[in-house]
Design a protein around this ligand. Sequence first.
Ligand SMILES: Cc1ncc(COP(=O)(O)O)c(C=O)c1O
Ligand SMILES: N[C@@H](CCCC[NH3+])C(=O)O
Length: 474
Amino acid sequence: MFFQKKGAFFHGQKSVGYEKLSIKHIFIQTGDEMSDNALLLDERLREGQWVGDNGHLWIGQCDAVELANTYGTPLIVYDETQIRTNIRRYLDALKKTELNYRLTYASKAFCSKAMCHVAYSEGCFIDVVSAGEMMTALAAGVPASYLHFHGNNKSLDELRLALKQEVGLIIVDNKDELLALSRLAEEANGQVDIQLRIAPGVEAHTHEYISTGQQDSKFGFDWQSDQAIEALRLAATLPGIRVTGLHAHIGSQIFDASGFHDAVERMAELYKEGLLLGHSLQVLNMGGGLGIRYTSEDTPQPLEKMILGLAEAIKRIFTQFDIPFPALELEPGRSIVGNAGTTLYRAGWRKQVDGVRNYVAIDGGMTDNPRLALYGAKYEAMLANRASEAADTLWSIAGKCCESGDMIAWDVPLPNPEPGDLIAIFATGAYNYSMASHYNRLPKPAVVFVREGQARLVARRETWEDLIRNDVSL
Ligand SMILES: Cc1ncc(COP(=O)(O)O)c(C=O)c1O
Ligand SMILES: N[C@@H](CCCC[NH3+])C(=O)O
């Protein structure tokens, strides 16, 4: 039987081990209202970073130059304190909403055993979207009851695995999956808790490719054409499943709260229908999506303001519908790990075309950071070994792949780089390592966590042997 283990489900009910599990450490800066760089002179620096007397970039009290010399480049450096701070800010804000709540880390943003362990140790549930992410979290010691299984095309094998492992929740994306899951659960004589993912048909105000709440989306039951209400009706007739919540994730890198509020209106209407159909709904899962500052052009609202605003909208709208307040579940990824990651590259050869552009090539590229190629993402850069020198020339940072679009940043200010300099790219903690590829057979970079002056390797650099491991012997 795979009934969910009881008693670990809402922070508001004090049954989850947030207080118990959290590890004491010093916050470098705690005020939610402060922007990332409020205390720092160089606005490219993130919280927990500074330029040392030696002119080097320091991250989490570790010298970036030493990190690169020790672990090689490209190297993704995560400030573990920052990750924990980000999670605690979410939990603190959620606590203030006075709703029951649950915080789920969307591991797609950066999935590794160390990261799953950190998120869980801070009290997060873990959103996984494949058997691979599920097995990573389990290998990290996260109990299956803390896993929430997402995805628009979970295979039958993946669903069977989720049931066998007794994951805490499955977020069902479409009718085919709903029918299949009910059948599998019935065959196993069990019952599984599910949420239905809804496409509420709202505008998220973000890049088209990372917008998911609109009607024309591959994700979720369509609200506008009544697919969603039909799913609730169907689910009420199916054995083996218990609909405990409704889910909407409208997109990613969002600064404007209006899309969330519009979504709540539609979700509340559906929630009421669900209750009337006899579903034991308890949770409104509003997904992730909060944006972060990649460059000074980005101006995210303070986290607490976004969360309290969302909670107020939920309370107001649920009151209008005359239904009990739900527990609020959030599922952030980028805003947990994005600003905590910095990638260090070794500068290679340059190409300067007078009056056109200065290029400096690095020892990585779209293989470890495809975000410019995919979304036109912008980043800020610094020479980590010459961080106190004036950044007085514009340089474009090119990857080493055979692809003109293999760029990391266009025209960013740097002191004239020399081959061998160390180039730091900030805010690369989300969707970089997790979207890394082997194009041109480049090995994936190493990942280290730094914390209070200590560094630990959490993912080793791939080797050439790793790259040919799956090639069958000739
Ligand atoms: C279902 C779901 N939940 C949560 C997230 C995390 O989003 P973000 O990284 O923008 O917080 C995503 C990714 O966009 C998602 O697809
Ligand atoms: N990969 C995207 C985010 C996708 C969010 C997952 N649904 C990015 O790098 O911004």
